[in-house]
Design a protein around this ligand. Sequence first.
Ligand code: SF4
Ligand code: SF4
Ligand code: SF4
Length: 259
Amino acid sequence: MKNKPKIAIFDFTDCEGCEVALVSLREKLVEIATETEIVNWRLAQKKADDGPYDIVLIEGTPITQTEIDTLKFLRGQTKILVGLGSCATLAGIPGIIDKEARSGWYEKIYGKDYKPRGIDALPLSAYVLVDYSIHGCPVDKSELLRVIQELLAGKTPKNPGYSVCFECKLAGNPCRLLDKKPCLGPITAGGCGAICIKGGSPCYGCFGIRQDAQVDNLVMTLRKFSDPAKIENYFSMFLKKTPEYKKLFDNKKERNGKP
Ligand code: SF4
Ligand code: SF4
Ligand code: SF4
């Protein structure tokens, strides 16, 4: 009998919300679990397996040397490595505060003698080759299912080529920018259905910067009604570890996360 494809699921520093999205696939997850062998999923079962694997899904970002070593080991053990959620694909929420700003908080909370082990949160791609990134905070369930099914079928999944604005227009939302309210939708990859705008919030870019995004043009537009510090704050929510953020803001003093 042919061996079933082996899917391993791991997490580093994160909130586990993207794994909850995986659980919420319910019967579709049961179908996947029947067609495959799911191992090392700490949140849902205890089956430990040292590999090799066909697919490794990794949620979260490594913030200790041990986690980085584990990530490199997993890369060597799998045919396909997938980043699950913005913490893994962008450094996301763990990436908001840099190591220097964090040390001030450590001292304030734990005292001067505390010796932190944490390093700067970076996306998985800073350390290893990532075959596919499922962006989102949390990931979109349909996108997650599509990617897993396509990978199991031997296909190479593609990112949607459109922006959040495209989905926002389809949903009939009034444009925030026309109302002089910030939004990163024009530069952000679609896939979420513009869920935040529907709920009255701006897009903060958790699906990552889309290909060919006109980042400078958006910043020029935002500058017409928002001050530079606020614009930087919008970008720093999910995009702080992107080359685009570095180009725009990294020559300035760290503003976020100071105690
Ligand atoms: S991407 Fe968001 S929902 Fe997913 S693990 Fe990170 S913080 Fe949680
Ligand atoms: S509200 Fe945001 S996502 Fe929607 S169309 Fe305007 S800029 Fe694009
Ligand atoms: S609207 Fe923007 S911030 Fe909200 S889920 Fe979509 S990509 Fe993420």
